[in-house]
Structure formats: C-alpha cells, structure tokens
Design a protein around this ligand. Structure first.
Ligand SMILES: Nc1ncnc2c1ncn2[C@@H]1O[C@H](COP(=O)(O)OP(=O)(O)OP(=O)(O)O)[C@@H](O)[C@H]1O
Ligand SMILES: [Mg+2]
Length: 377
C-alpha cells in the first residue's frame, strides 16, 4: 500500500526551476525562467545559438551560480550544493573520453572516484556496457570505436552513477548527419530503458521534436513556449516558435479584416490570404502569417483543388528534390512572394519545370497569423 509520502514523491518533479536569472555584465543570459520537468521524462531546451541554453544547464549542474532564483532536483533545493554533490551528470558535445583508458575504465571512472572497489566497479561497468549494446567492448581503447559507439560510452559513463537527472548539451553536435539520425533513435530508446529524466539541449528542431516529451523553446534567455512537440508544431504561441519549429512560409503583411478566429491579410505586394488568428489583432495593423509547406495542396489547375478553399496561383522557381522531403519553390503570381510547397510522395509533380504555372490552396485554419510586434519581442 502506498503511503502519503510515496504519493508526494511520485508527484514531485525531478527538476524544478523557479525565477532563475543570470547576467553576464549587462547581458541577461537567462532571464527569470521557471519550469518543471516530470520524473522519467525527456525534456528538451531548443533555441538558437547564444539564447542561454548552456548557461541554464550549467546552473542546473552547479558549475555557474545563478544571480537569482532556485533550482530543486528531486524535490531538494540545490542552493549551496556543490556540483559533485548534485544528483546530476552531464554529457557534452565534446565527449572528453579518456584516451589512455580502456572503454570499461572510462565507464567505471566515476565509481573509482567514489571509492568503489576495483572488482565491483568492473562488474558494474561490464553490466552497463551490456545495457548500451557494447557488451564485450570493455577491453578496447576508445579510439577503436566509432563515433556512435563513443557516444554510447559517454552515456554509459554518466548513467553508471545513477543520476536523477542526465543533462545533455548538444551531444550529437559533433556527429555526421547519418549518425545523428541513428543516434537520435538510440538516445530515445536508452532514455526509455533507463527511465532516467533527460534534460537535452539542442538547436536542431527536428532532434527536439523526435526525442522529447516536452520542449521549452528558448529565445533571449526566456522560454517563448513550453509544450509537447505536437503543441509547438500545431499551435505555436509566438511568431518565433512558428518560424523555428518545423518548416514554415513566413508572410508579412497587414490585417484587412478580422472575423472571429480568422484574419484576412494582404502582403505588401497585394496577395490576399486568410489565416487563423493567434492573439489580439486589429484590422489595419502589421501581421505575420505562417503557412506550412506540408499544409499546402498543389494542383495544375484550380479545378483540382478542394472546393471551398481559396485558390492561389504561382509560377515555379525550382523543384527541390530531396526524396521524401521534396518540395517546389514558387512565386505567388500577384505579389512575387516566394512560397514553398511539399510535394506528394506519388511523384505526380516530378516533371514540374521552372516557369510552369500551378495552383495551390490551404485550409486557413491550418495557417496562423500573429500581430507583427511578436516577431521583434
Ligand atoms: N562566461 C561568460 N561570460 C560572459 N558572457 C557569457 C559567458 N557565457 C555565456 N555568455 C554569453 O551568454 C549568452 C548565452 O550563452 P550560452 O552559452 O548559454 O548560449 P547557448 O544557447 O548555449 O548557445 P550555443 O547554441 O551557441 O551553444 C551568450 O550571449 C554568451 O556570449
Ligand atoms: Mg551552448
């Protein structure tokens, strides 16, 4: 039977950040940030270079002192707790494995520092290597491993200390694209197998979408939005999130009319379109609309488009062939605004040539419109 304490423990988030702030001279690197990360979940911090991701992670790890705010891990405040006394471990972009040690010695390193005897730490290192799929590699040197295998050694080395939180700072950044794609899936499986809470930093939105239970989209030291990958993709709260998460056509213009949840807008070149309103918008004010390439339908004539949707016309600039991610880049006829449309997998438009006239339409409910001020916040 569970006790009240056990209940409280289940409800306690593994990480609680409250009003955290850090300035470097006049520059607010982390600006009054608050969020919680549930036990056993995969949480990503996604943002462009310089937005404060590493600073935030280093404060959680205890390497940097916050100016203000508090961090609690497993329900315990970390104020005044030294980095080596925190129940966290960190995996960096540069893995910093010890080249003069064997793979097993690398994995056992933290246990040695904790005074665990040699036989016991080698037994535990071998078990951990087994769990990350490197059983039998313990006697190798680290330079005998591939990049992906070294990545797994770095994770094994961190996980052997059984941290409450594993902090990962762009751990796939140094790998080539193919290996990154592979390690993405492997990381997700490892996290599920260990049931350890991961806090993961990346500037790669696809990595964050694939891996995470929740994502904090960070910009200028703050979270613009915190949500599930689906929430960020389908309902971005700000223009920054709409532009940063997933592909999007960005159309700047002026609101002509606001009808409840829909905005009719015109670009400076006179292209009129409609999109779902996000936040307060008044007619006559500057707006920014976003239409996803994959939410847009392409057709050779307007008769082939779904009835009831406004047909737009365009001229093909180029066909961007990229396998399943192929797209066509076109110029809207009226305004000459560039617009990208994802191509269907059928290959139906593989013959499109530059200069060809096409039609396209989208459901205004699936496009989104913000007051333009949001973009410069
Ligand atoms: N020790 C420091 N002294 C002064 N300024 C710093 C220091 N560390 C970071 N900064 C500044 O704080 C801001 C945030 O840096 P941070 O390293 O946290 O960014 P980041 O989001 O991790 O970027 P990247 O994706 O490039 O790693 C940057 O403008 C950076 O120049
Ligand atoms: Mg960084």
């Amino acid at each position: 039977m569970s006790t009240p304490t056990a209940h409280a423990r289940v409800a306690t988030p593994d990480l609680e950040v409250r009003a955290l702030a850090k300035r470097f001279a006049a520059h607010p690197a982390v600006d009054d940030l608050s969020f919680t990360v549930a036990r056993g979940s995969f949480f990503s911090i996604l943002g462009p270079s310089g937005c404060g991701k590493t600073t935030l992670l280093r404060m959680i790890a205890g390497f940097i002192q916050p100016d203000r705010g508090d961090i609690a891990i497993g329900g315990r405040s970390m104020a005044g707790v030294a980095p080596n006394r925190r129940p966290v471990n960190m995996v960096f972009q540069q893995l910093a494995l010890f080249p003069m040690m064997s793979v097993a010695q690398n994995v056992a390193f933290g246990l040695a520092r904790r005074g665990v005897g040699r036989a016991e730490r080698m037994r535990r290192a071998a078990a951990m290597l087994e769990r990350v799929g490197l059983g039998g590699a313990g006697g190798k040197r680290t330079d005998e491993l591939s990049g992906g295998q070294r990545q797994r050694v770095a994770i094994a080395r961190s996980m052997i200390l059984e941290p409450t939180l594993l902090l990962l700072d762009e751990p796939l950044g140094a790998l080539d694209l193919k290996l990154r794609e592979h390690m993405k899936i492997e990381l997700k499986q490892l996290q599920a197998a260990f049931a350890t809470t991961f806090v993961y930093i990346t500037h790669d939105q696809s990595e964050a979408l694939v891996l995470s239970d929740h994502i904090g989209v960070m910009n200028h030291g703050r979270f613009e939005q915190l949500g599930t990958p689906q929430e960020l993709y389908f309902s971005p709260a700000t223009a920054f999130v709409a532009g940063f998460v997933g592909a999007n056509n960005r159309l700047a213009g002026k609101a002509l009319a606001v009808n409840g949840a829909l905005v009719e807008l015109a670009t400076s070149g006179g292209w009129v379109l409609r999109a779902r309103r996000q936040g307060a918008i008044t007619a006559g004010t500057p707006v920014e609309a976003f239409v996803r390439p994959e939410a847009t339908l392409l057709a050779r004539t307007s008769a082939d488009l779904p009835p009831g949707q406004t047909a737009h016309a365009g001229e093909v600039i180029s066909l961007l062939f990229d396998g399943a991610n192929s797209a066509v880049l076109l110029r809207e006829l009226q305004s000459h605004v560039e617009f990208r449309i994802a191509l269907p997998q059928t290959g139906a438009y593989a013959d499109l040539k530059a200069g060809a006239r096409v039609c396209f339409s989208f459901d205004p409910e699936r496009a989104i419109c913000f007051a333009a001020a949001d973009a410069h916040a």
